[in-house]
Design a protein around this ligand. Structure first.
Ligand code: ADP
Ligand code: MG
Length: 362
């Protein structure tokens, strides 16, 4: 359906895309992942000519769209785009947001446009909001309306640019469910996303972008479980596991907690779980571990998410005397200890290779 060859894009003297080669077949769902700033958005924007590529070719249904004389508006109608920031028309009702394009660009009658719009809004679960304005909707509802608006134009492919990044964690799954349903219905889609579990479960192929190219591509199981190239491996490892070293008594707890929160959000942890994790980290570091170090501490903290069990596991790893910190705290009236016990599924202490390992499941 789409064949991209040697695509490049330069801003000033910065080559953001160096040499992109990709094929997207009808009915495929492609997840595009990679560190930020590696040109994922630029790639999508080049595909639908929101950005003019510097070189290369993009062939869609046999036509090279970069050749002069391409009917750009017609091309854009084949491709819907859904943005992180929704981009709904703020001064139009939900219904009008959906009917404007089909009436003006596709020449549909108001009646046809409206009945299709109502059907689509039903399918994304916001049919009771027809006459409201975007500002009156939650983020998740806005994004579902944006997807419905895109579908109202009968696109052949939809490009999503981080469709859930601007949403509260509680609203991420309602939007992902809609996208998942589209995938099941056979819609061709390319999705830039940080939702790795989603990318793993929904996509037919994954593109990992780095260094201005599609650095590695493959089936989700190849990319996530068995990446072949160094940078992909590092990226996947980082997603799986959050690691941080605490090496000063005056470490920035708030920054650490913010980073933990971000990691949790990427694994769609609910608010309760997140707040438990933050609290446990604060208590374990502050009340249990820091007092063990006479000077500056050297503690490696990791947080891991298990897709199998849906649990988060916190690990604290540090050198020093072999001693189980749970046993060091006076038991009966210790609030920290009781808090931690109350909030965890299980915890354990081990002495391995000369280091203390404290492991807590949440
Ligand atoms: P990603 O979506 O992977 O985070 P982007 O495609 O947004 O990356 O950006 C890749 C690089 O291109 C960044 O360094 C960004 O600053 C630069 N860039 C993107 N758009 C423009 C633009 N319109 N003008 C100049 N530089 C841009
Ligand atoms: Mg981007």
């Amino acid at each position: 359906m789409i064949s991209v060859k040697n695509l490049s894009k330069r801003f000033g003297d910065h080559w953001v895309l160096k040499d992109i080669n990709a094929e997207i077949r009808k009915g495929e769902v492609i997840s595009i992942i990679g560190p930020s700033g590696t040109g994922k958005s630029t790639f999508l924007r080049c595909l639908n000519l929101l950005e003019r590529p510097t070189g290369g070719s993009i062939v869609i249904d046999g036509v090279n769209i970069l050749q002069k004389g391409t009917d750009e508006p017609k091309l854009r109608r084949k491709m819907g785009m859904v943005f992180q920031s929704f981009n709904l028309f703020a001064h139009l009702t939900v219904l009008d947001n959906l009917t404007l394009g089909p009436m003006i660009l596709l020449g549909k009658s108001r009646q046809d446009a409206e009945s299709k719009a109502i059907e689509l809004l039903k399918s994304v679960g916001v049919s009771e909001k027809l006459h409201q304005f975007p500002d009156e909707l939650s983020g998740g509802q806005k994004q579902r309306v944006a997807i419905a608006r895109c579908l109202a134009m009968d696109p052949e492919i939809i490009l999503f640019d981080e469709p859930t990044s601007a949403l509260d964690p509680t609203m991420v799954s309602e939007v992902l469910s809609v996208i998942r349903r589209l995938a099941k219905d056979g819609m061709t889609m390319a999705i830039v996303t940080h939702e790795m579990d989603f990318a793993k479960n929904v996509s037919s192929r994954v593109f990992y972008m780095d260094e201005g190219i599609i650095y590695e591509e493959g089936k989700p199981s190849d990319i996530f479980d068995n990446p072949q190239k160094e940078k992909t491996r590092i990226f996947i490892q980082r997603i799986r596991k959050f690691c941080e070293k605490v090496v000063s008594r005056h470490f920035d707890l708030y920054k650490l907690q913010a980073n933990l929160e971000l990691f949790c959000a990427r694994h769609t942890a609910d608010k309760r779980t997140v707040s438990h994790i933050l609290l446990i980290v604060e208590e374990v570091l502050g009340q249990m571990l820091l007092p063990l170090f006479p000077g500056d501490p050297a503690i490696e903290l990791t947080l891991e998410y298990s897709e199998k069990t849906g649990d988060f596991q916190l690990l604290f790893n540090y050198a020093g005397l072999q001693q189980n910190p749970f046993l060091l705290l006076p038991d009966s009236d210790n609030l920290s200890l009781r808090l931690i016990e109350k909030l965890t599924k299980s915890s354990s202490y081990q002495w391995i290779a000369g280091r203390n390992h404290l492991s807590i499941s949440i």
